[in-house]
Ligand binder design. Structure first.
Ligand SMILES: CC(C)(COP(=O)(O)OP(=O)(O)OC[C@H]1O[C@@H](n2cnc3c(N)ncnc32)[C@H](O)[C@@H]1OP(=O)(O)O)[C@@H](O)C(=O)NCCC(=O)NCCS
Length: 177
């Protein structure tokens, strides 16, 4: 079963969402309206919570996890993802906070306590170390990630288009269920 409880807490799945049957979605996880979770995603809201906004897509093979509360981090690190976000295939998101209209490239890794502001593109294969702040309006690439340049107007527009494309795609998948 794709959607499982942990310690009696069941994921809260919004309306018009798609969760592929091969994905594993566990515990305290909130999935906003019109969002989608694609094949072989593992999203484990056990030692802290995962919040995913509206019209956001989590593409195939991505891993979403969190960090527990501790003396050095009293709240631990939940994973918070905003609206209209595209998480590319096989990304790894751990205990970080992402704003709205962001594209996380395929295979990128984002670590604890990092904040990604609205309207950012992170290139495929990037490594974003812990405790970083990625500034709104820029492209970041590399390992460790560096600010490459300001986003073009086209790229700004593409962030919303990418999210919308996945809203339509998941609607097509829902029709086949
Ligand atoms: C970074 C990216 C946005 C392209 O940006 P760009 O400025 O148009 O890059 P260009 O293709 O013009 O390449 C510019 C330079 O950056 C390098 N580059 C491109 N993508 C890179 C990446 N992900 N990481 C590191 N370097 C990268 C290119 O090799 C090139 O280097 P060179 O000048 O030494 O030849 C794109 O390559 C990318 O990673 N997109 C993510 C797509 C994705 O994963 N989507 C989610 C799944 S749908």
């Amino acid at each position: 079963m794709a959607i499982r409880s942990y310690k009696g807490i069941q994921p809260k799945i919004g309306i018009n969402t798609y969760v592929d049957e091969s994905a594993v979605v566990v515990g305290e996880l909130y999935l906003g309206k019109d969002s989608s979770i694609w094949p072989c995603v593992a999203a484990r809201g056990d030692v802290n919570y995962i919040q995913i906004g509206e019209r956001t897509n989590i593409q195939d093979g991505s891993v979403l996890h969190v960090t527990r509360k501790s003396e050095s981090a009293p709240e631990g690190y939940p994973l918070i993802i905003g609206n209209d976000v595209t998480i590319g295939h096989k990304a790894m998101l751990h205990g970080c906070t992402l704003g709205n209209r962001i594209l996380v490239g395929m295979g990128a890794i984002i670590m604890d306590n990092t904040i990604v502001e609205d309207d950012v593109i992170i290139g495929g294969g990037a490594l974003v170390p812990p405790n970083k702040k990625l500034e709104s309006g820029y492209l970041y690439v590399g390992s460790p990630v560096k600010q490459a340049r300001a986003l073009t107007e086209q790229e700004h527009a593409f962030l919303k288009i990418s999210a919308d494309n996945y809203v339509h795609l998941k609607d097509e998948y829902l029709e086949d269920l």
